[in-house]
Design a protein around this ligand. Structure first.
Ligand code: 9MR
Length: 614
């Protein structure tokens, strides 16, 4: 009868409610070791994680496991019909790209081990996946090797187009197969989760249902940059992985790779400015100082220049300088030469091989650097010119050698500021007192110092991310730099995952932007530390006679002081002395009568005393 027939509307409603029921099918979790494992699989347990991997001796067939020994078989019962994505908790071994592939069956059922069409190849797992509880596991992520991570195997590319799995009513129990490809690829468990739902790492870890809507991002920093209002900047590096929330933390910009000559002009006369433009714009839009990294270096240089005759090389160098100067009229700091002590532009691959075109070593030993700076003054007359290098803060000999180059340039009025990279590999085994002593050496040229590429690692002895290890090292190293009176700014060489030292845990935030302990501390430390006006124990230091009548004065109580400076009323240093654990010193002055300021530096603080000379 007509009135008993379901209306069109109720059919739609019934369908919709069925769809809702389907969408709520519980995820299905399968431990990898629970299957029927072919003979080439091994099961192991580490830190209470039981997992499977294939023995190293097996061969890799192109796009299929090859033999039944390399297949693992599971019988899976689903709670209801629907479409499911396949998630897996896996670990890529130390071989990274050589340890990061496997297969799964192209649909349910028992597959033929050597038939390509029966298998989906999953590859390039080394650079994808998620580790943090709140992260949604989609097709991306940036977890690396040697960590347990979740990957949506129905979404990632890297080899073949992946698939989802469809379950129809009445066929809830299915056979599912995995196949081995590379050794060093460990599988802990898999989860079938309803396609279209958002599964976080926590959901998958615990077999929980995903959510219909994307969960809100767990953390958004508010800013402003932590050094706002401070006399020094605390800057950041510009590159794709480092961009998120930049302006909430950093107030100075340097391009990570986009300003290297080999990146701008990989092909002769074809300039790629895109990313360098973006870095410059980020700085200028926000009123942050911009540092150009880098004109002359012996790494990441164009390959085509290495084989040109010297005269042509010099012409190309002039064109490079001119092009940068024209495109970026307001560079604040220009790295003219990077890494002179370690990577001069020599004949090594990517080294440019143009050192001789710039005058070679010559009589000064560093003529090529002098020429590089002379050209820089010519093309960038109003820009602060910088020399930059690494590992000059951790050894006294390198500091002296570097100072030698700085002084050669300074004597010719070619240099304005001195860059010290400050990487973790230089600071980590260096006592704070040695860092300070070397900074004092470098400061003795009287030019401002900048820490240009700071990073501090954050893993423990087992190479696992360890917030406390990083925090302790930040607390040990950062204040040495930040509070040194000669250092006028610090730039972080990245702070997010994707950092060049991600494997060493140097990132300050997690994938989901949450702040690691070191960053929480750093924000508070920078905010609460008063710079420049911190006084050493002034009262304990006595200076007499004052006024000075016979051209000299005595200082007592200065055991901790390493530098004495006398400044005239315009703030110019007119006399300076370096001390080594002396309890008293007599300073002979060669100055006109008048009022001066005596500054006493201990590497962390500056104490000042007024001095009158009669
Ligand atoms: O961080 C940069 C990384 O992405 C590049 O692959 C690498 C190539 O040389 O350069 C890194 O940056 C270096 C910087 O340009 C100069 N000082 C050392 C930095 C770390 O290697």
């Amino acid at each position: 009868m007509r009135k008993n027939r379901p209306s069109y509307l109720s059919v739609v409603l019934l369908w919709a409610s069925l769809a809702t029921v389907q969408a709520q099918n519980a995820p299905v979790l399968q431990q990898a070791e629970s299957g029927t494992l072919g003979a080439d699989w091994t099961t192991a347990t580490q830190n209470s994680v039981q997992y499977i991997s294939v023995v190293p001796t097996a061969t890799i067939a192109a796009q299929n496991p090859g033999t039944a020994a390399r297949v693992a078989t599971y019988t899976v019962t689903f709670p209801g019909p629907g479409t499911y994505d396949l998630y897996a908790r896996v670990r890529v071994g130390a071989g990274a790209a050589n340890d990061d592939s496997f297969y799964y069956g192209n649909g349910f059922g028992t597959k033929s081990p050597a038939n390509d069409n029966d298998w989906i190849t999953i590859n390039q797992v080394a650079g994808v996946g998620y580790t943090i509880g709140s992260q949604v596991v989609d097709g991306a992520g940036s977890a690396q090797s040697n960590v347990w991570k979740w990957v949506n195997m129905s979404k990632i590319g890297g080899a073949e187009t992946p698939i989802s799995f469809t379950i129809t009513a009445g066929n809830l129990t299915q056979t599912f197969q995995l196949g081995a490809r590379e050794d060093g690829f460990d599988i802990d468990k898999v989860v079938f989760g309803t396609t279209g739902l958002y599964f976080t790492v926590t959901n998958l870890d615990n077999g929980q249902q995903g959510s219909v809507n994307p969960p809100p991002p767990p953390f958004t920093p508010v800013g402003p940059p932590m050094a706002t209002g401070k006399p020094k900047f605390l800057g950041g590096v510009h590159s794709t992985p480092q961009l998120a929330n930049f302006t909430a933390y950093w107030n100075q910009v340097v391009p990570e790779n986009a300003g290297k000559w080999g990146s701008v002009e990989a092909t002769r006369d074809v300039m790629n400015w895109t990313e360098l433009d973006a870095a410059y714009k980020l700085a200028k839009d926000n009123g942050y100082p911009f540092r150009m990294h880098v004109l002359i270096w012996g790494s990441q240089q164009p390959t085509w220049i290495a084989t040109l005759p010297a005269a042509e090389q010099l012409a190309e160098i002039n064109q490079w300088y001119a092009a940068v100067a024209q495109r970026y009229p307001a560079i604040d700091f220009l790295e003219v030469v990077n890494e002179p002590l370690h990577q001069p532009p020599g004949p090594n691959s990517g080294g440019g091989n143009y050192l001789n075109a710039l005058g070679g070593n010559g009589t000064t030993g560093w003529d090529w650097i002098i020429t590089s700076f002379q050209l820089a003054r010519q093309y960038f007359p109003t820009t602060k010119l910088m020399l930059n290098d690494y590992s000059v803060e951790n050894t006294a000999t390198s500091a002296q050698q570097y100072l030698g180059i700085v002084n050669l340039l300074k004597a010719r009025n070619l240099i304005d500021v001195v860059g010290i990279q400050g990487h973790a590999f230089s600071t980590r085994n260096t006592p704070a007192a040695s860092l300070t002593a070397n900074l004092n050496t470098l400061a003795s040229a009287g030019l401002p110092l900048y820490i240009t590429e700071l990073d501090i690692d954050g893993v423990n002895a087992q190479n696992q991310l360890d917030d406390q290890v990083q925090l302790a090292e930040y607390q040990r190293v950062f204040p040495v730099f930040w509070e040194h009176p000669a250092i006028k700014g610090v730039t972080m060489w990245g702070y997010r995952p994707g950092h060049w030292r991600t494997a060493q845990g140097a990132q300050l935030v997690n994938e989901d932007n949450t702040e690691r302990a070191a960053l929480v501390w750093l924000k508070n430390y920078v905010k609460s530390t008063t710079l420049g006006t911190t006084k050493a124990d002034n009262a304990a230091i006595s200076l007499f006679p004052n006024p000075v009548t016979n051209g000299s004065f005595t200082l007592k109580g200065i055991a901790h002081i390493n530098t004495i400076r006398v400044l005239d009323i315009r703030g110019q240093v007119v006399q300076e002395a370096t001390l080594h654990n002396q309890i008293a010193v007599d300073m002979k002055l060669n100055l006109r009568p008048g009022i001066y300021v005596v500054q006493l530096l201990d590497g962390k603080t500056v104490a000042s005393k007024k001095l009158m000379i009669k």
